[in-house]
Design a protein around this ligand. Structure first.
Ligand SMILES: C[S@@+](CC[C@H](N)C(=O)[O-])C[C@H]1O[C@@H](n2cnc3c(N)ncnc32)[C@H](O)[C@@H]1O
Length: 276
């Protein structure tokens, strides 16, 4: 448990274990966000100040922090998972990029040394794992005047899922049931209200949304690998069934697409909130 203090209370008691055992698969198989969206976040940061600093909450293995650091943004990245942070550090070293990686949560970002006065915060595929109103109150204490909060989502609300979604979901249900888990021993908490609505009720109430349609392509091996990046089908959750699950997912996918090549149009989103 990262913090038990009331003002820092996290949504999941064991936040650092939601994604237990997924970091290597994550780094290998998750596709990057559309470049247009990461470029937009970098441009907003640079628009605000000459030498921008940002925080990345729930940085995972660091895709967004690394993308922004390579675009000249000084990044402070937090995540409660030591495993994710170890993978992030390795990837940064491989690329020769400097990011300040810290074990922590969005709910306690205001206590992180160096967070005060940042130009903005980015939260990529991670906001729904947090106590969002609490995180926004924390960000109100550290984001500079004129600054912004950017929630990056690889799946835009209401956009269709890739056509193979139900094929994989049917196999997954046989192994872990239909109710998603938040890693081992924790139930998923269904978020109430979308990110934009939450932002409108915060200090970052001026909002805009950019949706980016793009094509994703996977081999069958990659698509099986992606399943092990999710909290609801992590290697830790599947345990000794992981190998059988991988075989069954591969066979089900090849049953509908014998070429083993998978392509779909998907929509990502960047949800922005500024101080009025
Ligand atoms: C789906 S991953 C996203 C990782 C990365 N941002 C990306 O875009 O690939 C969600 C991350 O949120 C982290 N997380 C979960 N609860 C958190 C919290 N309360 N504060 C900060 N990060 C949290 C998890 O450990 C995990 O690394």
């Amino acid at each position: 448990m990262v913090s038990t203090q009331t003002e820092h209370r996290v949504l999941y008691a064991d936040a650092g274990r939601i994604f237990e055992s997924t970091a290597d698969h994550y780094a290998r198989y998750r596709l990057p966000y559309p470049e247009f969206l990461t470029n937009s976040v970098a441009a907003l940061a640079h628009d605000h100040v000459a030498a921008p600093r940002m925080v990345d909450l729930g940085c995972g293995p660091g895709p967004v922090s690394l993308a922004l650091a390579s675009r000249g943004v000084d990044m402070l990245a937090v995540d409660p998972s030591s495993e994710m942070l170890a993978t992030a550090k390795r990837r940064a070293a491989e690329r020769g990029l400097l990011v300040d990686w810290r074990r922590g949560t969005g709910e306690s970002i205001a206590d992180e040394q160096g967070a005060a006065g940042v130009s903005g915060a980015v939260i990529a595929d991670a906001f729904h794992w947090m106590d969002r109103p609490r995180v926004l109150r924390q960000l109100d204490r550290v984001v500079a005047s004129g600054g912004f909060v950017a929630a990056l989502c690889s799946h835009a609300t209401g956009a269709p899922r890739p056509w193979w979604h139900d094929v994989v979901a049917a196999v997954r249900a046989r192994y872990v049931g239909r109710v998603p888990a938040a890693g081992v021993g924790q139930d998923y908490v269904v978020p109430q209200g979308d990110h934009q609505a939450l932002l409108r009720n915060s200090a970052f109430a001026r909002t805009s949304v950019i949706r980016a349609e793009h094509t994703v392509r996977y081999t069958v091996e990659e698509l099986v690998g992606v399943q092990f990046t999710y909290a609801y089908s992590s290697p830790a959750l599947l345990g000794d069934q992981a190998g059988a699950f991988a075989d069954d997912v591969a066979n089900a996918l090849l049953g509908v697409e014998p070429s083993g090549m998978f392509e779909a149009e998907v929509t990502a989103a960047l949800i922005l909130g500024w101080r009025p």
